[in-house]
Design a protein around this ligand. Structure first.
Ligand code: WQD
Length: 339
């Protein structure tokens, strides 16, 4: 009987890839998803990859009785990986209350029920956005957090603090926050990937949709930054590498005998690449020419951020294996399945 892991938002981009890796590591993932930012096709894609049914509870993590009924039904749960959250930075500025209610509310429901059902392990989806524009690079987990630049980023900072406070109280919870850098790419099978609903905000879906002709061109938001080619630098991590970090985090918590602990880890490649380098690498791996222009800077963009990942390497025994080229190749293969 495999250990059951609840994956909230398990039909989403990172969630679906993590569900695949959990099965392949011998766990039984159980998905909770309300499909606010995911499609049922992701469940089908996961099942095609792993060759087995994945249990799904369709509903909202903010719905206390829904989550409680599910936990009563499922019995012993080894841990929870909590992805379910709204994550559009710009939208969070326009709709802050929705973001605080949804992102913080769902965490509070889960923590409450973890205590009632004696579920001790929680892995939380956080973000490098907590660092803002760091004063020093690469960022380590000790790099001071900056005031959040958006309600979305603030929900991640507040959530980390809530988990840490609950762990510090005499309540038996072991929590890990994973601070993602920039997740990109898709499963090499091209059966699951990023489903940007509507016009994408993020760079790589913009690149692949321009390459497919769905979008006319890419606008590079500023080339007058103090970087190698004037465009912003980010740490782009293959989504399968990122997914595997969640399995390593669960295994790390299983290995710790403390009844309470909280820790956080940067999850990136440790390598920074500029926007132009991403575009050039995409052109190299696909042989396509991308239509792009230089536009004005995007408000809120940080100039340069990339991770020091030595702590995750050392303590989680985890490291990335995919390159930027691999991720862009997989992103393009996925885009071609979308037409
Ligand atoms: C990357 C770079 C843009 C689109 C966001 C969130 C962060 C996390 C990851 C959730 C930037 C440039 C982009 C385009 C461009 N999400 N760009 N033209 O902003 O680093 O991070 O997604 O956790 O919280 O903030 O990612 O992909 O939007 O931008 O020039 O059409 O690409 O200016 O330099 P970002 P991104």
């Amino acid at each position: 009987m495999s250990d059951k892991i609840i994956v909230t938002g398990g039909a989403g981009y990172i969630g679906s890839h993590t569900v695949v890796e959990l099965v392949q590591a011998g766990y039984e993932p159980i998905i909770i998803d309300n499909f606010a930012n995911a499609e049922k096709s992701a469940i089908h894609g996961i099942q095609q990859i792993v060759g087995k049914e994945i249990k799904l509870y369709e509903g909202d993590c903010n719905d206390y009785s829904f989550v409680r009924d599910m936990l009563k039904k499922e019995g012993a749960i080894a841990g929870i990986i909590h992805f379910a959250a709204y994550k559009a930075v710009g939208e969070s500025v326009r709709k802050p209350l929705q973001y605080y209610k949804n992102n913080i509310g769902s965490l509070l429901v889960l923590l409450d029920l973890m205590l009632e059902f004696k579920i001790s392990k929680l892995v939380f989806s956080s973000s490098c956005t907590v660092y803002g524009q760091p004063d020093e690079l690469p960022v380590t987990e000790l790099t001071p957090k900056k005031p959040a630049e958006s309600p979305y980023g603030n929900t991640k900072q507040i959530s980390e603090e809530i988990i840490e406070d609950v762990v510090k109280s005499p309540l038996p919870i072991k929590g890990i926050a994973l601070r993602y850098f920039n997740p990109i790419g898709a499963h090499p099978s091209a059966k699951i990937g990023e489903l940007p609903l509507g016009v994408p905000n993020n760079l790589v879906p913009y690149v692949t949709q321009t390459a497919s002709g769905k979008l006319e061109k890419i606008t590079i938001f500023g080339d007058d930054y103090n970087t190698i080619d004037g465009t912003c630098i980010r740490d782009y991590i293959h989504v399968v590498d990122l997914a595997r970090a969640h399995v390593s985090a669960i295994q790390y918590l299983e290995s710790k005998n403390e009844t309470s602990l909280f820790d956080l880890f940067n999850v990136g490649t440790g390598q920074g690449n500029s926007v132009l380098e991403v575009i050039k690498t995409f052109e190299e791996v696909t042989g396509l020419k991308l239509n792009y222009t230089i536009g004005p800077r995007r408000p809120g963009d940080v100039e340069k951020v990339y991770a020091d990942v030595s702590k995750a390497n050392r303590l989680l025994h985890w490291k990335t294996i995919f390159t930027l080229a691999d991720a862009l190749k997989d992103a393009w293969r996925w885009q071609q399945t979308l037409g």
